[in-house]
Design a protein around this ligand. Sequence first.
Ligand SMILES: Cc1cc2nc3c(=O)[nH]c(=O)nc-3n(C[C@H](O)[C@H](O)[C@H](O)COP(=O)(O)OP(=O)(O)OC[C@H]3O[C@@H](n4cnc5c(N)ncnc54)[C@H](O)[C@@H]3O)c2cc1C
Length: 315
Amino acid sequence: MTALVIAEHDHATVKPATLNTVTAALACGGDVHVLVAGANAAEAGKAAAQIVGVAKVIVADSPSLAENLAENVAAQVLALQGSGAANYSHILFPSTANGKNVAPRVAAKLDVAQISDITLVVSPDTFERPIYAGNAIATVQSTDATKVITVRTTGFDAAASTGGSATVETAEGVADSGKSSFVGREVTKSDRPELTAAKIIVSGGRALGSAEKFTEVMTPLADKLNAGLGASRAAVDAGYAPNDWQVGQTGKIVAPQLYIACGISGAIQHLAGMKDSKVIVAINKDEEAPIFSVADYGLVADLFTAMPELVASLD
Ligand SMILES: Cc1cc2nc3c(=O)[nH]c(=O)nc-3n(C[C@H](O)[C@H](O)[C@H](O)COP(=O)(O)OP(=O)(O)OC[C@H]3O[C@@H](n4cnc5c(N)ncnc54)[C@H](O)[C@@H]3O)c2cc1C
C-alpha cells in the first residue's frame, strides 16, 4: 500500500499545506511518495525529500507544468498511476484551490468517488469529514481501489519539513493538454504571513464600517503581532477587505494559534472557517453575539475604543 501526495509548491519551495497532507497520507498506513509536478522544480523536489516520513519524491519537470494548469497536473498524476510502477492506493491533495482543481479530474478519470476535505483517517478506507458547515462530522468508507482524497490541512499536524531523506526520482513530464492556456496572474504582494499559514490572525467584520476604518483599526494590531489579516464575508462583500482575506465556509479555513475576531457576529458560516483555532478572542459590543460561544476570551466593548487600547497596551 503506497500513498501519493501531490505537493503544493512554487517550483523552488514546498508550501506548508504539503506537510499536513503528508501527515494524513502517513495515517493511511503505507509508504508515502510525493509528486512535485513543475518546471525547473528540482529545488522543490529536494525540499520535499527532507520531509520526515516521505519514502520517495518524484519530480516531473516540464514546461507544461510551469503554471499549475489543472488539466496538465491531473494528466501527470494519471500518467504515474497508469504506469503501473507504483499503483497508488491513495492519492492525496491538500484542500487548497489548486488541490481542489486537480483532484476531481483525477477521480473522474479513475472512475472513483472523491473523498473531500478529510479531517481524520480512521483506517485506510474510512475517513472523517465535516458536513453542514462543520456542524456534523460524517464517517465515510470507500471501497474504491484508489482513494482520491482532499485533505483539510487544519485537521492534521504538519510533518517536520527537515530531517527526512527520501530518494528523489524524475518522471517524464506530460505534454501540454491544449485544453487550457495560461494568460496571466496578479499576485498580491504582502509582507504579512499568508492567511492559511499565519500563527496569529486578526479578523474584522461588518462593524468596521469602511475600508479606511478597517485599515486604520485592524492594521496596527496585526503589525504589532506580525499577524495575518482576515475578514468576514460581510466585510469583504462591502469592500472593506479584499476577497482573499475572507475566512469561512466560502472563504479560507484557518486554525492559527490565536484568532482575534473584531466586530464579527459569529455566523455559522464564519465559524466553519475558524472555530478550530487554538485560542479565540472576540471583541463585540453585543454580549449575545454567537462568536462568544466559541471564544476563549471575550470582551464586550466598542471595538473603536478597545482596539487602540489593546495596541497601546502592547507598546
Ligand atoms: C452560503 C453562505 C456562505 C457564507 N460564507 C461565509 C464565509 O465564508 N465567511 C463569513 O464570514 N460569512 C459567510 N457567510 C455570511 C454569514 O452568514 C454572515 O452574514 C457574515 O459572516 C456576517 O458578517 P459579520 O459578522 O461581519 O457581520 P454582522 O453579522 O453584521 O455582525 C457584525 C457584528 O459587529 C458587532 N458590532 C457592531 N458595531 C460594533 C462595534 N462598534 N464594536 C464592536 N462590535 C460591534 C455587532 O454586534 C455584530 O455582532 C455566508 C452566508 C451564506 C448564506
